[in-house]
Design a protein around this ligand. Structure first.
Ligand code: XIL
Length: 319
């Protein structure tokens, strides 16, 4: 897939979220990754809860092992992620923020985390989600009031972005969000957040649109809406990545494959869209959750048990 994409857009990256376990233990999974993708996103290995389960202690082994595999296969890495409400270790989530003095101490601890992590990975990441899922979970447009917000206030993305830049000036910085794939208030708010962050001294290159399509009846992304979306990003002078595309098979594999192709085609046609990444590689190792966040089986990524799915063929046709 990456080779096909490079034929017409040399800088475009086709990727997938990858886990170390199957990458080292399952030859079919590894072949699918190495044979198709130009960039990988560590699915969980670079989240704060994985990198620093205890305050002041770091465990980089899994992320480093993933990066080693990528490097030896000539695959770029998109880092995921620094400030993310859902994936913080408990110590970080519970840093004290009650008084001015506590906030100052917690600010130092958080900035030290950013500097340590980004310095550790410096030179090995093409891009990085400096903020993931900034907005509230109800499809709203206000910032989640997580520890970053409580410590640094509503302009915390500026602080994070600057700290990332200081530690690695070359990594391309993204703010990644779900439910912002279609034109509307949440998408506007995401673009505005990136622009405001830069106006206040941040270094955001673009936005990530997750493009999880949970229900093809209600959430299917149309070519028109996607074209409008990419035009808006371009007008804003930002880049965009489709960062976590996956599509339920509720309407059957043909409709599902068409949806994958529609998303990729719109992205590939826009010079603002620099990467297309699916969230996972193979159904056999997939995450997929219902409303209670319990794992469900039964939707298809681009591979199923090592075999390309109809979605794979549809995606390949686009490139
Ligand atoms: C998911 C992983 O895929 C799961 O393995 C983990 O248990 C929970 O997180 N949006 C994101 C990703 O930005 O970090 C999430 O990843 C999926 C939704």
């Amino acid at each position: 897939l990456q080779a096909l994409a490079a034929g017409s857009r040399p800088d475009f990256l086709v990727g997938a979220a990858v886990a170390l376990g199957p990458l080292v233990s399952d030859a079919q999974y590894a072949d699918a990754v190495v044979g198709n993708f130009g960039v990988i996103t560590p699915e969980n290995a670079m989240k704060p809860q994985a990198l620093s389960p205890r305050q002041g202690e770091y465990s980089f082994e899994e992320a480093d092992a993933l990066l080693d595999v990528a490097a030896s296969a000539g695959i770029a890495v998109h880092g995921h992620t620094i400030a993310f409400t859902e994936a913080m270790p408990r110590w970080m989530r519970e840093l004290p923020t009650g008084s001015e003095e506590e906030r100052q101490e917690s600010a130092e601890v958080l900035l030290d985390y950013v500097t340590t992590v980004v310095t550790h990975f410096r030179g090995r990441l093409d891009s990085l989600d400096v903020v993931n899922e900034p907005f509230d979970l109800e499809q709203g447009t206000s910032l989640q009031e997580n520890v970053w917000f409580r410590v640094f206030g509503p302009t915390y993305p500026v602080v994070v972005s600057q700290a990332v830049h200081d530690a690695d000036p070359d990594v391309r910085q993204f703010i990644n969000e779900n439910g912002a794939d279609v034109p509307g208030p949440r998408q506007d708010a995401l673009l505005q957040l990136a622009l405001d962050t830069n106006a206040q001294g941040g270094h955001i290159d673009g936005v990530g649109l997750q493009a999880h399509v949970y229900d093809l009846d209600t959430d299917a992304l149309s070519a028109d809406d996607l074209a409008t979306t990419f035009a808006s990003v371009e007008d804003a002078g930002l880049l965009v990545r489709i960062s976590e595309n996956d599509v339920t098979d509720s309407e059957g594999q043909t409709v599902q494959a068409e949806q994958y192709a529609t998303v990729l085609a719109a992205c590939f046609a826009s010079t603002a869209c620099v990467s297309y990444t699916t969230w996972g590689v193979d159904d056999a190792f997939d995450w997929w959750v219902d409303d209670d966040w319990t794992l469900q089986q039964g939707h298809d990524l681009l591979f199923d048990d090592g075999e390309p799915t109809p979605a794979y063929d549809a995606v390949r046709e686009v490139l």
